[in-house]
Each structure stands twice: as structure tokens, then as C-alpha cells.
Design a protein around this ligand. Structure first.
Ligand SMILES: *Cc1c(COP(=O)(O)O)cnc(C)c1O
Length: 365
């Protein structure tokens, strides 16, 4: 179901784009995920025909039959990455090939057709090219790209659909933390789990998020910012947050993150941090961390820092932990030095302010 999808994109510019003045007003304070650019990419798929009808066109609602399979059985996957504007006007993406490969992995898990890495990255490049004026210029801002794919076949039977729509939209994003980096408090959910062995935890699918929302609502109810999930089998080991991976930093500079055993989303930020931390002299380990050890090591002071990571917020310090029987602080609730140093280092590479030794930054314009 993959490969061979060398496609020509038909370009249909938006006949009524947002005016330069209105765009400037929107870009002054875009927030996250509320403002969108003038265009979108769409590519269709049908069994027997493969990928076809690749377009860059005006962003618009997608007409959908009420029996479209995605509305009933949630056959949907997505990705998220950012485009950055360089001081010289160039536009770069961070490891888009890694997103392409993960999108293909997610597609396989959800029994969907794969898009080639070449077509995936080309779709991003095409959208960024036509909407480049939408990339915010200021230091901490970027254009968030959201590729996604869903089952569009009109059919209520339960089986993999035979028609799909792939789409990319773009949304300018301001600094994630408007007033500097602020540690978050996380809620350890006693009732809910996110992903079980053999399930879809390692796939980036909307269904995982749907399943996390009741737990996230419980976290908010408990006065926390985010939920952290324990493993579904023993309810002992830390998996990840609803949409971010988690790292622990100990007082001997060891950095630990739970291993990728199929229930955790393989974050590209996570992967980059493992490399950068080792380079900066940390001992790096991928191994399970129990919630009991998390508590004990925070109490003894052996655990110095905890942080969450993902494309949207890059690195977010975790300053407090709450659970039904109590709560505790990490590092006095302040961001730790390794957390902040890794955050700076990764942002510098992503934004072209530091040497890109690993070839992670891809120039697309
Ligand atoms: C996307 C995502 C992450 C972070 O992945 P990045 O590639 O670093 O953005 C972590 N956990 C979940 C559940 C995710 O969906």
C-alpha cells in the first residue's frame, strides 16, 4: 500500500486570501491552534487507484457524508511539526522525515494506506511555500503544521475503509508560555489508563486523545495542568502525559525516560533529547520508572528534575505532582538546570541559532 506515489500537486491559490493588515493583526497574538492560514493540502486515496488528486487549495470546510467511516469508527491519524523562519528569510522544518516515518507507522497500525516520505514532506513544503507570509517572525513563534488522514468512505460496515483523505493545515503559533517558562503540576490518574500492550499507544491517532480527555478533565478538576498516565497492566510504571513524553533527572546527572514498549508515543522531541543529553555529559537511560520510586526519590532529593516534552511546548518543567492520597513538589517547584539547558539547546538548533550536527534541520524554502 506504500511507495510509488509520485504526485503532481495542482495549485489553486485562494481567490480571497486574508488581507495583509488582517494577517498582521492575527499574527500579533495567534495563541495556539485558533488562527489558520489561507490554504490547505488535500490528497485522495482509493483502493485500486492509489493516491490521486493532490492539491494546494483554499482552506475550506470538507463536505462529508454522515456515514463517512471516520465519524463512526475513528480511523484517523495525525502529525504535528513546526516551520521556522530564519533571519535570512529561509524556512526550515525539524526532522520532517521522522514525522513522515511515524505517520506511516501510525497508518499501518490503523490499517490505513501509507504515504511515501517524499510525498509527505513535499506536501508540507507546498503549503509552507504558498502560506509563507503566515510564518510569524518573532523569536519564539512558528507555523504549526498539522498533517492528518481519515477514512472518508461512506460505509457503516466494520473493516478498514477503502477511501481516505490526507490533508495538511497550518496554524501560526505564538510563544507557548507567554510569560516565560512556567512549571506545570501533573495529576496521576488513579482510574484511567491511556494505552494497553497491543493497543494503539504508539500510534498518533485521534482515538488516543479521545480516550485521554476524561482523565485530563479529572486533572483540571484536581487543580492540575496535565494528566500523567501509569501503565495499564500493573498501574505502577509511568508511561507519559496525554500528549507529551516524560523525563526524570537525578542528582548524579542521570537522565531517565520510560522505554518504547508499544504503549508510549515515540516522540521526536524525546529522541532528540536523548541524543543532546548524552552529548552534554548526562548518563542516559531508557528504563521503567515506578510511581513509588518517583515519590521516594523526590522525597529524598535524589530526583532533581522532571520535565515533559513534545513539539508544541518543546520542554515543560514539571514542578508538582498530585494524586488522590497527596501531593509533592519537584525541585521546590522551580525549573531545573538540566531542563532549562536542554530546552535552550534544542530550541537553538531548531531555530538555526546553533550548529546542527545531526542534520536535523531541513531547509524547505
Ligand atoms: C505527539 C505526541 C508526543 C510528542 O511527540 P513529538 O514528536 O515530540 O511532538 C508525545 N506523546 C503523545 C501521546 C503524542 O501524541
Amino acid at each position: 500500500m506504500s511507495g510509488g506515489d509520485k504526485l503532481d500537486f495542482e495549485i489553486r491559490p485562494n481567490p480571497a486570501p486574508v488581507s495583509a493588515a488582517d494577517r498582521a493583526a492575527l499574527l500579533a497574538n495567534p495563541g495556539f491552534g485558533r488562527v489558520f492560514t489561507d490554504h490547505m493540502v488535500t490528497i485522495r486515496y482509493a483502493d485500486g487507484k492509489g493516491w490521486y488528486d493532490a492539491r494546494v487549495e483554499a482552506r475550506a470546510p470538507i463536505p462529508m457524508d454522515p456515514a463517512a467511516a471516520v465519524l463512526h469508527y475513528a480511523q484517523e491519524i495525525f502529525e504535528g511539526l513546526k516551520a521556522y523562519r530564519g533571519a535570512d528569510g529561509s524556512v526550515t522544518l525539524f526532522r520532517p522525515d521522522a514525522n513522515a516515518l511515524r505517520f506511516a507507522d501510525s497508518a499501518r497500525r490503523l490499517a490505513m494506506p501509507e504515504l511515501s516520505t517524499e510525498t509527505f514532506v513535499e506536501s508540507l513544503r507546498r503549503l509552507v511555500e504558498i502560506d509563507r507570509e503566515w510564518i510569524p517572525e518573532d523569536e519564539d513563534s512558528s507555523l504549526y503544521l498539522r498533517p492528518f488522514m481519515f477514512a472518508s468512505e461512506v460505509f457503516l460496515g466494520v473493516r478498514p475503509a477503502n477511501e481516505y483523505l490526507y490533508c495538511v493545515i497550518a496554524s501560526p503559533a505564538g510563544a507557548y508560555f507567554a510569560s516565560g517558562v512556567k512549571p506545570v503540576t501533573v495529576w496521576v490518574s488513579p482510574d484511567y489508563t491511556r494505552a494497553a500492550p497491543g493497543g494503539t499507544g504508539a500510534a498518533k491517532c485521534g482515538g488516543n486523545y479521545a480516550a485521554s480527555l476524561a482523565a485530563q478533565a479529572e486533572a483540571i478538576e484536581a487543580g492540575c495542568d496535565q494528566v500523567v498516565f501509569l501503565d495499564a497492566v500493573e498501574r505502577r510504571f509511568v508511561d507519559e502525559l496525554g500528549g507529551m513524553n516524560v523525563f526524570f533527572v537525578y542528582d548524579d546527572d542521570t537522565l531517565v525516560t520510560p522505554p518504547l514498549t508499544g504503549t508510549i508515543l515515540p516522540g521526536i522531541t524525546r529522541d532528540a533529547i536523548l541524543t543532546l543529553a548524552a552529548e552534554s555529559g548526562h548518563r542516559v537511560e531508557e528504563r521503567p520508572v515506578s510511581f513509588a520510586d518517583w515519590q521516594a526519590d523526590a522525597a529524598s532529593g535524589r530526583l532533581r528534575e522532571v520535565f515533559a516534552c513534545g513539539t508544541a511546548a518543546v520542554i515543560t518543567p514539571i514542578g508538582g505532582v498530585r494524586f488522590p492520597d497527596g501531593e509533592f513538589l519537584i525541585g521546590g517547584g522551580e525549573p531545573g538546570r538540566s531542563t532549562m539547558a536542554l530546552r535552550q539547546r534544542l530550541s537553538d538548533i531548531q531555530r538555526g541559532r546553533a550548529d546542527d550536527r545531526h542534520g536535523w534541520v531541513q531547509r524547505v524554502l
